[in-house]
Write a protein that binds this ligand. Structure first.
Ligand SMILES: Nc1nc2c(ncn2[C@@H]2O[C@H](COP(=O)(O)OP(=O)(O)O)[C@@H](O)[C@H]2O)c(=O)[nH]1
Ligand SMILES: [Mg+2]
Length: 207
């Protein structure tokens, strides 16, 4: 399936300019998600929904990926409206992954796991969640919390929807994952710092 990375937000909580371009260990944040999508065997084309708030992101993608990753200019300031516009603009009439640009710990295996679970579930849409306890363990302050049969869960920013029916509300399967990679969303300076520490620790333990 194709994927659309949402990358047209203001990034005001982080306050470091365009969030997709903020450097994490010398790499722009959005490159981590692009690498994960390219690494996944279940992803074909990758699109990025930029907005007037993220012009540098658009020019960076053009320079670095030279057409391999296509930018779609959305209006900005309306997450759902921009997502619908991007799916239509990309002419995707099949299941499509909608993913945030601020999830740098994700890798190809995480992406393929979501696609496999989606294919098994039989529903038109899937939404990935992290248990609130996992977010708290990473000191991530969630934007939204749902009560899912008594368990408190937080949307991770990874979804699959049916691109042939984007205007309609879609019945979705909830996939709750304990993986830190789905929970560590970079919204604030603390999150960026925490993420840097995790990646550095991993590099150290490998060497
Ligand atoms: N195209 C588009 N992208 C958005 C919009 N709002 C948020 N995003 C992107 O969606 C992802 C998650 O949003 P959030 O963390 O709330 O972003 P923030 O507003 O930049 O802090 C980020 O990668 C944002 O760039 C929007 O209205 N339009
Ligand atoms: Mg976020």
């Amino acid at each position: 399936m194709d994927a659309i990375i949402m990358a047209g937000g203001l990034g005001s909580r982080l306050g470091m300019g365009e969030k997709p371009c903020v450097s994490l260990l010398d790499k722009p944040l959005i490159t981590y998600v692009i690498d994960a999508l390219h690494e996944a065997s279940g992803i074909d084309k990758v699109y990025v929904a930029v907005s007037p708030a993220t012009p540098l992101t658009q020019s960076f993608l053009k320079k670095k990926y030279n057409g391999e990753v296509r930018s779609i200019m959305t209006g900005g300031g309306n997450y759902v409206g921009d997502m619908i516009y991007a799916v239509k603009e990309a002419a995707i009439n099949a299941p499509v992954m909608i993913i945030m640009a601020d999830l740098p710990l994700l890798n190809g295996k995480h992406i393929d796991y979501v696609i496999e679970e989606y294919e098994k579930c039989g529903k038109p849409a899937m939404s990935v969640f992290s248990p609130l306890a996992v977010c708290k363990g990473l000191s991530v302050r969630p934007d939204t919390v749902f009560n899912w049969g008594g368990e408190l869960i937080v949307p991770s920013g990874v979804n699959i929807i049916d691109g042939s029916n984007v205007e309609q509300e879609q019945d979705y399967e909830s996939l709750v994952s304990q993986e830190a990679a789905f929970a560590l969303n970079i919204n604030r300076a603390e999150d960026l710092h925490r993420c840097k520490e995790i990646i550095e620790q991993r590099l150290l333990s490998r060497s």
